[in-house]
Design a protein around this ligand. Structure first.
Ligand SMILES: [Zn+2]
Length: 227
């Protein structure tokens, strides 16, 4: 019993972190977001809503600069003000922004956005529990191994999420008559931005697998569909 108490505590800690993270994320987004009303982009989201048999898809603007798109645990879709500004400046097209919205919709539809929040707090619990167990077996480096294992698992999980969301987006964009070309051109643009923009890649790329792999996966899918 004594031995299981630390693990139990770690699990409870994980649960508390989860509730807190969901609450904090929701509040932060409520305070710093507005409904996306740009007519060109609303038309794009209407096309996708139509393809999904929905009345409409509500998209929000999250008032931060880093170029990013995100799906909240409650299912709301956000693009950042920084991303929208790139559209206004003509650096990103409406179709390309639609591909980001489609990708985030994929995360919601496939249950990633909720699970990711669980992953995040679950990771903390797993790190703690595994660390405690491993450091008893291998004193000293047990914690270090626990950290490594947890990060590796998390990276693998999020990587497959990204490919799944890309595939969902590709299917949706095709059905909506937008096609997957903007998905590919956006990846290429963001990649170029990383190379020439003086180092710092957009956040949207940092949290995602390598662009080349994503483009390759899309092109493979396209070939299969056209067969
Ligand atoms: Zn994603």
């Amino acid at each position: 019993m004594i031995k299981t108490i630390p693990i139990l505590l770690a699990v409870l800690y994980g649960l508390a972190m989860y509730r807190f993270s969901v609450w904090r994320t929701g509040r932060e987004l409520d305070e710093k977001s507005t409904v996306l009303a740009d007519p060109e982009l609303v038309e794009m989201s209407n096309k996708m809503a139509h393809a999904l048999d929905l009345a409409r898809i509500k998209v929000h603007i999250y008032e931060i600069e880093p170029v990013n798109g995100l799906a909240a645990p409650d299912g709301r879709i956000f693009i950042t003000r920084g991303f929208y500004n790139k559209f206004r400046a003509g650096e990103v097209t409406a179709d390309e922004l639609a591909s980001v919205i489609a990708h985030e919709l994929g995360h919601v539809a496939l249950g990633h956005s909720r699970r990711r929040m669980i992953d995040f707090s679950g990771q903390n619990a797993m790190r703690a529990a595994l660390g405690m167990v491993l450091s008893r077996i291998i004193p000293g480096i047990g914690v270090w191994i626990a950290n490594g294992l947890t990060s590796l698992l998390a990276a693998k999980l999020s990587r497959s999420d990204e490919f799944e969301a890309d595939a969902y987006a590709a299917a949706l964009l095709t059905k909506a008559g937008i096609g997957i070309a903007p998905q590919i051109s956006l990846f290429e643009k963001l990649d170029a931005l990383t190379q020439t923009g003086g180092g710092r890649p957009p956040a949207w790329l940092l949290t995602h697998p390598h662009t080349k792999d994503r483009i390759a996966a899309l092109e493979k899918m396209k070939l299969e569909w056209e067969r």
